[in-house]
Design a binder for this molecule. Sequence first.
Ligand code: NAP
Length: 249
Amino acid sequence: MASKGTAVITGASSGIGAATARRLASEGFKVVLGARRTDRLHDVVADIGPSARGIHLDVTDTASVESFCSQVGDDCRLLVNNAGGALGLSPVGEADESHWQTMYDTNVMGLMRMTRALLAKLIDSGDGHIVNVGSVAAFEPYAGGGGYNAAKHAARAVTDVLRIELVGKPVRVTEVDPGLVETEFSLVRFDGDEERAKSVYKGITPLSAEDVADVIAFVATRPSHVDIDQVVIRPRDQARVWLVHREPS
Ligand code: NAP
């Protein structure tokens, strides 16, 4: 299969990022995976084979982003800004500042740092594409979601700004907004509390990481002139962030 060029996927040590790396490799991209847990990253890379590379990346650290991006080839034409997540579910009145800061630093500043570092390569490729993994939390506020809602709303604003700034340049900009996906997301949000994390998906069939990877691969493999601006993908049982039908157990 002819190579489609290089795709960079952040947050590829688990969940949506790992599934996206696998899927894009199967579509003919060379894939460069970034995350902090390099042991996990290298397991995914070993699984994919020679078209994959894993490099340590902390999107909250500018030096780490620059070092990572300097190792990405000039044939880079796809950036999937996926690294992110939520911490806690406290009301604003009880907000944990460090949680809010980390969520902003990862979901918003991380997206900016990666985009800034790779934009010239994406433009020079003549057929660049930035896919930002947002969330339904980017447009549906919910109680306890303050810090995460604020971060994903902000990331969405940056995505829109990028689309405006890049008009006339050969770079597409897409936002993929998932609802409930069963990954390590809730485990991280609830600080390793497995029971609480499991309860998020109780009585429903949530999306899988592969379901979201499927959408990312779809938008990334349309013809160059086709820019899919935004895709919202939820489980059938979820009408809003806060309106979920659960079968009694
Ligand atoms: P996940 O399984 O927890 O994966 C999150 C990934 O982000 C991990 O690979 C993690 O790797 C990486 N990451 C976190 N902080 C990072 C940092 N500072 N630098 C580099 N990588 C970092 O959760 P997921 O569901 O796949 O989440 C992926 C994206 O989907 C996130 O942006 C999340 O907000 C979004 N999303 C998820 C859901 C859902 O229900 N699961 C719904 C809507 C949107 P390391 O810890 O190894 O660095």
